[in-house]
Structure formats: structure tokens, C-alpha cells
Design a binder for this molecule. Sequence first.
Ligand SMILES: Cc1ncc(Cc2csc(CCOP(=O)(O)OP(=O)(O)O)c2C)c(N)n1
Ligand SMILES: [Mg+2]
Length: 547
Amino acid sequence: MNLTDRLLQALAERGATEIFGIPGDFALPLFREIERSATLPLYTLSHEPGVGFAADAAARYRGGLGVAAVTYGAGAFNLVNAVAGAYAERVPLVVLSGAPAAHEAASGLLLHHQVKTLDSQWRVFEELTADRARLDDARQAPQQIARVLDTALRESRPVYLEIPRDMPQRPCDEVPVTAPHEPDPQALAACADELLERLRRARRPVLMVGVEVRRYGLEAKVATLARRLGIPVVTSFMGRGLLADADVPLLRGTYLGLAGDPVLSQEVETSDGLLLLGVIVSDTNFAVSAQRIDLRFAIQALGGRVVMGHHVYPDVPLSRLIDALLERVPATAPLVAPLRALATKGRHEPRRAEPSPVTPADIADAVNRLMQRHGPMPIACDVGDCLFTAMDIDPTALIAPGYYATMGYGVPAALGLQAATGQRPIVLVGDGAFQMTGWELGNAQRHGWDPIVIVFNNAGWEMLRAFEPEARFNDLSAWDFAQMAPGMGGDGARVEDCVGLEAALERAWGTRGRFQLIDVRLAQRDCSPTLQRFVGAVRRLAKGAAG
Ligand SMILES: Cc1ncc(Cc2csc(CCOP(=O)(O)OP(=O)(O)O)c2C)c(N)n1
Ligand SMILES: [Mg+2]
């Protein structure tokens, strides 16, 4: 077995089910060995940002490691933004980069793809990853691979492996399976006891679940805990879609502060026992709070530590905390009196499919009706008004860069999701974001993927226009995406009204084996109710801050 065989085996043992990549001469030996070994399927795409987003989505949705393989220099630097987003949103993405062979590095020549020095790329990825290794010695490689991949899983962050092109075929020993890290049992017990005591004392406890609950595969356990605790449950903005398929009677919806349901927001912001499980405390999750949530009274479990008031438990992995809490909260007696499930009503009344021009809210309603007819579908969402529109879609599995907020994520993420799970996703993407990475759809048919892609075609960067209505720099021309679909191996439909949207969605759902692109023409300056509220809230808070 050579170094590549051992690496692929170690990746598969840690949850990877495929590799996305684009080769280059510094990575040809690695790609040749990946293809020969066939341990993991190798899916090539057209541009490295798409490779990174697809690998991110595979890890984010399926759990376990996502894998992006690229060449040195131009390929790896093209991947930077996707890896940065994975770091910010705690996704265990493994970067495999080819690199110059030892004799080339020692030649003294400036090598093609090289930047300032041969280590420039390494230094850039130091800022974007939790751990790194250069596999230039086959005797050390097994330990290095084990350490780096285990760091990715433990910290749920990207990691980087640089593989000189004279190494992939080197004989190599097996990569050891290392025992999972166990926290101090007394510290864990003290933490769980204090946390539950704080919840028991609270008059208005609320549980908010965030992205780490999915990253560590804890949704089922957290749903059980939520039922046993008997307290209201909300998701963070980034955690939208979490627990959607679970039986959590008190699941209220998504906390959006001033941009969301006022009843839900008030419950969260006035809680005297706010338990944040795996919630990234970021501006996108909390910035538009009506009143600044006093996190000193919250209980925060994130990044392997728990903070309660001024007490910090530095080494309490979320999975161990959930187990300890479940041991202490039996299925019989809910922690607090079971609350009635407040049915927080939808934010807008769904309109009938009339032959009227389409608005973003109509798209949410049409997707809801499609899923009511045919069952839930996972959603890969880009950044733009489509992400705010997604808040009006009934809870279903949703992946989106809600915090790092990079455009270009939606289409490649859908391809990664379908590659990793076989599930057919819906993509919500604006015309601007589609112009960035939507072309990856051209790879869908050869890999057997067939997402349903809904393009919010408002001929502009509407989310920015909502903040700068007078600016002309947010205007785009209306590209005819429907016309372009057949040339990429899919079917396109241009939609001008709600009746057409309903028919196009039903037709798309019934057509398999080819991606379906629905080019929805939206009026400019017609944005979703949630984006309107978000912009209003940001403006009010900014005015308040200005005094
Ligand atoms: C890689 C990157 N570059 C720029 C930006 C900044 C931005 C955030 S939202 C937005 C406009 C989105 O336009 P789109 O047409 O896709 O969607 P819609 O609002 O419905 O019109 C831009 C340019 C981000 N977030 N990421
Ligand atoms: Mg747009």
C-alpha cells in the first residue's frame, strides 16, 4: 500500500465518501493514484471555488470529512475563499494540495505556480486551517495524517495536507486510528450539573440550537434532550433547518431578532436561561436583536467549551455535554412544566398561484406547496435575497453560508450534497451569485446529479440595492439563464408569473436525470419580507447607535 492508499483509507474511516478536485501537474501523481485506488470516487468540476463549496457541503450535510484536491499555487489559491468560509462556519474540510517534489524544491529555480517563496501557500493556509502537514517523509506520514484528520473532526474545522509530487506512490504504513479525546469526568459532571441547575432556576428558559449540533451529528440526541427539557426551542439564523425532521413539539422557528417573528424574538431576548448549543455568536445570528441579549446570563456551549456567567469549563466537547445532560434528565419527568407549543404563525399569508408577477415570497410559497405535495427536499441556498426568502420556507434541511456569507455557494453545494447523499436538492440562488458558480451545473449530467435550481432573476444585486437604492452599481442586465440550460445538459424554464412558477416546479420535480433550471423573473426592488424587515432593523439600530 502506498501513501495515497493509506491517506484515502484514513479519509474514508473518518466519514469522507468522495473527493472533489481539479488536477494540475504538481498533483497529477496524486490524482492518478486516487483514480487507480478507487477507494473514494473522484468528481472533477470546472473551477476550484466550486470544488471547495461542494466538499464543504458534503461535510456540512452528511457529516464527517469533506475533501477538496487541487494543484499547487493557482489551484490552491483559487480555493482560499471556500476554505475561509469552512473555517468561519466550522466545517471539517480537508484540503489536499499537490506540491513540488523534493528535487524540484532544492533546484534553486523559481518554480511555476510559485509566489513569494515555496512556502507562501503553506503560510496562507495557516490562517485558514486548524492543522497542517507536509507529507514529504513516508515514515512520518501515518502519524501526520492521523493527527491532522483527527483535528479536523475534533475541532470541526478545515485542515491542509501538502503532498509533494514524488510522494503519492511511496510505500507507507497504515494510518493509526487514535482514541477520541475524553474530557475530565469530574469537570464534565460539574458542568452538566451547574447547567441544569441554572435551567431549573430560570423562569423563562429557552434552548437555541446552532450549526455545531449538525457538525457533530447530534440532531437526534438534541431533539431527545429538547423533548425531555420541555422548554421552547429555536434555531439560530445559521441553524435554520436543524431539527426539522425531528419530533420537537416546542420548536418555535428561527430567531431573527427584529427581522423575525416578534413573539419568538421576545421569548429569546427576555429569557433568563438562554441555552446556546453550538451557536456561533455572530452578527448574523444576533445583530438585529431588539435588545442586546445579555450573554452573561446565557449558557454557551461552543468550540469544545462551556461558558455560564463567569464560569468557564474549557474542555467540554458538545457531544459529551449532550450525553451528560441526557443522563441527568430522564425521559419521564420534564425538567420544567411542559409548555404549550405556541404556534408562531407564518410571517406572510401564502397567496394563491395567481397569474400575477412573482415575488420572492411567492417562491417560498410555491416551494412549500411542492414539498407539501411530494415531501421535504434538502435546500442549498446562496447568499442574497434568496437566503432571506429561505426563512419563509417550511423547516427542511438547509445548507447556506449564513455567517461567512460568500456568494457562489448554492449550486456547487447542491452538487456536493447530491454526490454525498444521493438526495435531490433544491437550489435557491440569485442571478448575481449564479453568474459566479452556476456554470458548475454543466458537470451535473456526467456525474448523474439533477438538482432543481430556482434563479431569483432580478437583474441586479438586490440585497445590496436594499441598502443603497440609489446606486446604479447594483444593476445587472437580465441574463437569459433558461436559454443557457440545454447547452449545459439541463432543462430551462423562464417564469414570469405565479401560475407559470407552479407549473415549472411541478414539471421540474417530475423530470429526473437532467438538472432543472427555473429562471424566475422578479421585479427590481421587490425583495422578500424578511430582507425588508432586516434592512429596516439595521437602519433603526444604526440610527439609535448614532444617537
Ligand atoms: C463572493 C462575494 N462577493 C460579494 C459579496 C457581497 C454581496 C452580498 S449580497 C450581493 C448581491 C447578491 O446578488 P444576487 O443577484 O446573487 O442576489 P439578490 O440579492 O437576490 O439579487 C453581493 C454582491 C458576497 N457576499 N460574496
Ligand atoms: Mg439578483
